[in-house]
Write a protein that binds this ligand. Sequence first.
Ligand SMILES: Nc1nc2c(ncn2[C@@H]2O[C@@H]3COP(=O)(O)O[C@H]4[C@@H](O)[C@H](n5cnc6c(=O)[nH]c(N)nc65)O[C@@H]4COP(=O)(O)O[C@H]3[C@H]2O)c(=O)[nH]1
Length: 839
Amino acid sequence: MDDPNDQSLTGSIKRDVRSIVQHNVVTCPPDFSLQQATREMFDNHCSSVVIVEDGRPIGIWTEADALKINYDHLNQATTLIHELMSTPVSTIALDASLDEATCLFRRNGLRHLVVIDEAEKLSGIITQSDVVIHQDVAYFLRMSEVSTILPQQQPTQVDQLSSLPDAISAMRASQTDCILVTVNEQPVGMLTERDVVRLIALDQLHRPLYEVMSTPLISVSENMSLLSARALMERRHIRHLCVTCADDCVCGVVSFADVLANIEQAYVNRLRDALNNRTADLAQSENSLNMAKALIDASMDGIMVTDENGIILSVNPAFTILTGYSEREALGQRPSLLSSGKQGPDFYQNLWAALKKNGSWQGEIWNRRKNGEVYPEWLTITVVHDARNKRRLYAAIFSDITERKKSEAIIENLAYYDPLTKLPNRQLLFDRLDVAMATAHRMKQGLALLFIDLDLFKRINDTLGHSVGDEVLCEVADRLRRCIREGDTVSRIGGDEMIILMTEMEHTDSIHRVVQRIFRALEESINVAGHELHLTASLGCSIYPEDGTDRDTLLKHADTAMYRAKSNGRNSFQLYSADMNRTSMQRLSLESRLHTALSNNELFLQYQPKLELGSNRIVGMEALLRWNDREQGVIPPDQFIPVAEELGLIGKIGAWALEEACRQCKEWHDAGYADLHMSVNVSPQQFTRRDLADDVEQALGNSGLPPAKLDLEITESCAIQNIDDVLEPLNRLRQQGITVSMDDFGTGYSSLSMLSQLPLDQLKVDRSFISGIPERSQDQELVSTMVLMAHNLGLNVVAEGIETDKQHQYLQQIGCDQGQGFLFNRPLPPEDISKLLIH
Ligand SMILES: Nc1nc2c(ncn2[C@@H]2O[C@@H]3COP(=O)(O)O[C@H]4[C@@H](O)[C@H](n5cnc6c(=O)[nH]c(N)nc65)O[C@@H]4COP(=O)(O)O[C@H]3[C@H]2O)c(=O)[nH]1
């Protein structure tokens, strides 16, 4: 229930008797007659008189007592009050709580309590009504109706002609404080205990009832709220109301006491609940206190409480573990006991300012243990108030963060340094570059970014393994460190790419000097795991502010210059120039057009015949890809296939080339040239990013070309780099009858053991060896050795790029099986090949 009184009731528990006591008590000495005493009550409109001796209450006589007397044998003028009073009198102290008073009223069935001071002298009186009325009882009264307090028994009635003593006896017999007086059994008036007191006081007990009864009768409906009923009684200075039912008949009498009793019941219930709650709250808070203490004791964090003056009042066990000071050593000291001297006065000023402003402070601080060791801790200080004394206290909670700081340092190292070479990483380079650019701008100086890429480093990794590659990188990093000035940064930004940031540059001469140092440093061979390796590097450089005023532009331009150096033949250096930008813009545009080349049908195949050198008979064709670009016209594969590989487009393009070559070959088969073989170039990504075997099977299935007529050309580097990815699909395809050729043989580093591992059918000797024939005897010997070796391995040999008769003759002489080259045919469109086949 939503009860607005909970608050006041809980509040009342805390109030004391002093707050409601009535000090104007009607008193009389014990030798007062009953009449004198009642006269005092009557004159003062009081319901009781306290009999006092030497200022101390010795008894009390109340309106209720008036009914206990037999007036037939009593002389009110001579009967002394101390003979009739209730004694000993129930008293309560001024500072007793109202709940104590309520308990006394209920336990002893009292309606009055005499209030005494510390000297036990009379101080005042409280009635049960006072306690109840002092609560905000409107709520209860509004909620209840008069009918709820109607006594069970019908009101006692006496005829108006009855004598007054008979009427009082009837009242006493029915144990009520009021009776109805009737005429012809109709209620017309009322006699109450207050009337009796009045009659005693005025010596009118002999008068007829109808003269002294209270009239008129004031009636209310049984549905009236108790709040209205109480208000009516207070307004009319009456203590009883007649109650009428639906048929307007009198059905009872209710008294002020009845109203109070009802409130009292609700009040007492509420009071009991409030007390129960308070007990539960107390138990809970005691519980919480115990728990808090246990937590503080068990806490891994050190806890220290100081008073307002900074004197340590308490510490927990973790404090001792962390600082080395026992509780006894710490109490009474100041926190400066732990001071390391590492923080200056400013630090403490800020700390106190924050504490004042926010009531708390949090941060890192260096403290000293008892053994002198200085350590970092994370400290939280909070202002708290001592509940009992309302003192301001400071609670400090701290933890040792030595380990955390160590981990942070490791993480920072990982975040800013390359774990392999210990060089600054990309992030740190960027940070330093930003700072360097700002400084250069302020000081009107230049700076340079030197992009270094090791030539053919990938080959070292692929052929000799990553651990050798790693050692090479560490050695290169060391050598580069020695080439730069203090204040410059050499960083590794990934793989074999390193960048040197040179600051305070005034002239490009200094760049050239550093570049020369780098070339010299790399000239010397590197010995790793028994291998003597010769390294070269391609270097590109961009200069601030000429080549860019922001980080990304400078990096991009250094990278572009490095690529230019690489394409210039490696082991060279290139300063960035705006021209290069143009080239890279062109490449960008090419990239975007290449994305749609396939869907726009801009790709097509040309075919170059392969001849049997013994008979000069055409035995096969090599499919060669072309791109008819709408902007640049026909673009050769050397220019766009590496781009397609970089963009990840070669998988789809390669699958299309396979499909188209098989379809075309089948067309020629159907035209009567069923012996013709078709060779198709395959890119490494067709093994790694796609399932080559699936693509091949699909192309064969769609075209109907027999598998034995398809030859796949893979390059040496493709085989070396992806030996694991390559073996399984090639074996699967070879089982179906497809043949495999190794293209560009002699340009890579493939070993004999690798050759024997691969499922090969033929080797294609690279054009670069053929072109040296017959002038270069070394090439001649190399080619004849290759043919011999291939035959020993059971492989067929194809010579590429035969341009002259002499080459043709020499190859025939050494027993080379097949050849292709401009001497016979250039790559041709399929229609031309068809014509060629007919002739
Ligand atoms: N100077 C000279 N060159 C000759 C002679 N005979 C043939 N050639 C050229 O040598 C290349 C032979 O192809 P490749 O070594 O497989 O080298 C191919 C191959 O690696 C790649 N390629 C071509 N088509 C495809 C394809 O469909 N897929 C893949 N992945 N690569 C392809 O592009 C490379 C270049 O192809 P092309 O420009 O068509 O160049 C062809 C051909 O035109 C000659 O006597 N003298």
